[in-house]
Design a protein around this ligand. Sequence first.
Ligand code: G4P
Length: 525
Amino acid sequence: MTFKEEIDRRRTFGIISHPDAGKTTLTEKLLLFGGAIHVAGAVKSNKIKKTATSDFMEIEKQRGISVATSVMGFDYNGYKVNILDTPGHQDFAEDTYRTLTAVDSVIIVIDSAKGVETQTRKLMEVCRMRHTPVIVFINKLDRPGRDPFDLLDEIEAELNIRVRPLAWPVGNRTEFKGVYNIYEENLYLFTPAKQVLEDGVEIKDIAGGELEKHIGQRAATTLREELELIHGVYSDFDKAEYSAGKLAPVFFGSALNNFGVRELLHAFLKIAPSPRASQTDIREVSPCEEKFSGFVFKIHANMDPNHRNRIAFVKICSGTFMRNTNYLHVKQGKQMKFSSPTAFMAEKKSIIDEAFPGDIVGIPDSGNFKIGDTLTEGEQMVFKGLPSFSPEQFRYIENADPMKSKQLAKGIDQLMDEGVAQLFVSQYNNRKIIGTVGALQFEVIQYRLLHEYGASCRYEPINLYKACWIKSDNAKELNDFKKRKNQYMAKDKYGRDVFLADSSYMLQMAQENFKNIRFHFTSEF
Ligand code: G4P
């Protein structure tokens, strides 16, 4: 196979949803279809159950499992599919945001009874920032849900994207009978509670009388009317619009019952993009370039405290990655070669000799990598698009054991490199402030500092609303601002200026009074 063919056959994507919409179930069903696993229930994913919020051993266990399921690769119909898993727990949303920087497209799962939920909205914002192509899968059609047309309207309004159904539920609401595949123009009928992957009854021509025989007069008429309406209301599916992130094709089904999953997978493979160009600080990198380049989007700590090895997950952006070959770690200006890079095929990890754009390789790391680090064959460039987002919760972190201050500093440093949370140092009193997306991370940090670094910490409350990275072309105004707001100024771990606003009112006033300063809620702009 040529290098170009290797790239073209790759589909690297993430499945995202509000917790409980069915992301884990759908992932598992796609793996079953792909032949990557053979029994349902094999993937527990890195879903940290809500009940486990204070059970650290459970979290640790889940973290261990999630190494195996972080990337699930499999071959199907000539395609190489890479599913990147994202944490189900919303306190780990930042992890999800970062994983989204490594995917070429996304499937969003929505619960048909609940419609668009908070987390769906937030994740969609991240996709929009990156113009990521999005497919929507409306799940749980086997249960009474909302009217599909209403759901489509809600998605358009709430997620701010145009939609185009490519599948349509038959006999929805109380009696789900199947999914009509608009994309391929055929219908598979649904047998409830069927867990096996059998072909259903296929009806090719829904205009003929065969449809009535299977689903009855009423459902047949409704289906024909609804399809006519769809063709009238929605313009034809335009792949270019989808690839630009402006149009979301919508599929319906029931992941639990394997329904609509095949329609989704087949259409996905045909329309979803192969690896796309990636932006660096100096130029755009095409996947077809011969020279290897890639970046670290995730770092996973080892569960075993005695072996503090980590795995750095590298997304390959161009060229062929080869084992035991020297590559430049751009930030450190150091040549490195890797003797045991791993690929992830379903649940198995195996050492690989080469990998192609779109693939993710795991590199054992003893502390050399930070999230966002770039590897190249020598070119000085850094991949962009790995922003930190303003945390939502903040606490001072203090040393609780004066004998262990070195361990604490090292532990905090490494956990921040892993992207567990963000560290700010107050310019006013030099105290360290930890910012996170959810409360659970504070407990995870405390636990991991103790168990992996032997350091104890305690937290003290600090009342903050948002962290904003500030920039201005007007140096005088910027200096003036920093002086006036001295008490609220901090540096992030890269030494950038951050304004820690304690309320939305304070932020609003600052924005009004300092018109030449730009306040950013992400670290990259
Ligand atoms: P998540 O990863 O998005 O958080 O969701 P997950 O797949 O874990 O699904 C959440 C719950 O919804 C699970 O039930 C799952 O079985 C159920 N579910 C997923 N897809 C469908 C579907 O198509 N139809 C119906 N009726 N239910 C579906 P649970 O009781 O919370 O967990 P479990 O005990 O079944 O694992």
